[in-house]
Design a protein around this ligand. Structure first.
Ligand SMILES: *Cc1c(COP(=O)(O)O)cnc(C)c1O
Length: 394
């Protein structure tokens, strides 16, 4: 039985009648840019995330760019971010004219390793962009303490973690700004591109609002150079329908992740990563000695929302062997991400300290494999995936 990595129709088609009604309503309203639907979506996102301000933006990538622009990040500045992330984290920094400086990550939670960030600090460092990868928060206490000590601004990349929490606080509400994505594969998956910026700061919210619309205020008066970073009213209206179900989607992915964690952990050679090894590659390596498959771990103080369920497959060539095995059985899987940022061709000319010393990022890029965890997976599909992993390990 084929099992796709993600089936957006399984989530969207049950809402078909409601979505079509919303489309009709926006069509008849004749209002397609900003307006009531956009404002309602932003209010509902703010409430869902526990954020004071939520401002819809054209994409997750644009959300990062606007957030950095709101902090006046630009040429001459350095911005710390993890090397092991999706390109947009680093690309957005570069597009402001600032220099991305790549830090290593924790092999357990996949978040930014603050010791690596400390080693890369220079007098030009202005901000840090922790990424909450795969649905789990980065270690925000250490990020915030480090940022405070050195006067850095914090922009959280929450693209993969809508709804995730850290010690009871919503991811995206801890740093100066939070950046979310509604790309169809994200936790609140849209019908095209969309994004969101959150902040607790009234002045920053005002600035993001202005930057989103050409830096214009009042009409046709421009005190700053912004752009067109608006999200469509239609997209907002459609996503309001899905936002009402966000807790069900979260619960579905959690249920599937927990099923894997209990079912796969019984297989020979399988070890679960341990929170005790957080940011300690040596400790983790000792624990994993001889492991053939490493399961991810949700930290006790984190509300993990499982955008991805990501295995590590140690041993030369073993990850690619598992990928081939699953693919041959019709089971969707993907490598998020095969090339860390410090190895990307477009960044090859960055200063040496941007590109140095990211051994964990290199290791993860060679070991990770994400398997289907979307909320609508049926039990027989989960069994199929677990069975395929068993046959790989046997
Ligand atoms: C998806 C993603 C983005 C970019 O979001 P888009 O809406 O696709 O522009 C940024 N950062 C991370 C970590 C992502 O996964």
């Amino acid at each position: 039985m084929p099992v796709p990595l993600l089936d957006v129709n399984a989530q969207n088609l049950p809402l078909e009648a409601e979505l079509k009604a919303v489309f009709d309503s926006v069509l008849r309203s004749g209002r397609f840019i900003l307006g009531e639907e956009v404002e309602a979506f932003e209010r509902e996102c703010a409430a869902a995330l526990g954020a004071k301000h939520a401002i819809s933006i054209s994409s997750g990538t644009d959300a990062l760019i606007v957030a950095l622009m709101a902090l006046d990040i630009g040429p001459g500045d350095e911005v710390l971010c993890p090397s092991f992330t999706f390109f947009a984290t680093a690309g957005s920094i570069a597009r402001t004219g600032a220099t991305p400086v790549f830090c290593d990550v924790c092999p357990v939670c996949f978040g930014l390793d603050i010791d690596s960030a400390k080693a890369k600090l220079t007098p030009r460092t202005k901000a840090i962009v922790p990424v909450h990868l795969y649905g789990q928060s980065a270690d925000m206490d250490s990020v915030m303490a480090f940022a405070k000590e050195h006067g850095l601004k914090v922009v959280e990349d929450v693209a993969q973690s809508f709804g995730a929490t850290y010690k009871g606080r919503g991811c995206g509400t801890i740093g100066e700004l939070g950046c979310f994505s509604f790309f169809p594969s994200k936790n609140l998956g849209g019908f095209g591109d969309g994004g969101l910026v959150t902040t607790e700061d009234d002045a920053l919210a005002e600035k993001v609002l202005r930057l989103r619309n050409h830096g214009m205020h009042p009409r046709y008066y421009h005190s700053m150079v912004g752009g067109n970073f608006r999200m469509d009213a239609l997209q907002c209206a459609l996503l309001r329908v899905k936002l009402r179900h966000i807790k069900d989607y979260e619960a579905g992915r959690s249920r599937n992740a927990n099923y894997y964690l209990s079912r796969i952990s019984e297989l020979p050679g399988v070890v679960q990563a341990s929170e005790a090894d957080c940011c300690c590659p040596a400790g983790q390596a000792a624990r994993l000695a001889g492991a053939r498959l490493v399961l991810p771990v949700a930290y006790r103080h984190n509300g993990h929302v499982w955008n991805q369920f990501t295995l590590r497959v140690p041993g030369e060539g073993r990850r690619d062997a598992l990928k081939a095995h699953l693919t041959a059985l019709g089971i969707g899987c993907e490598i998020y991400y095969p090339v860390p940022m410090h190895r990307q061709e477009c960044f090859a000319k960055l200063p040496a300290h941007s590109l140095s010393d990211c051994p964990v990022s290199d290791l993860l890029a060679s070991e990770v494999l994400s398997i289907p965890v979307f909320a609508e997976l049926r039990q027989e599909q989960l069994d199929e995936v677990a069975g395929a992993l068993a046959s790989f390990l046997s």
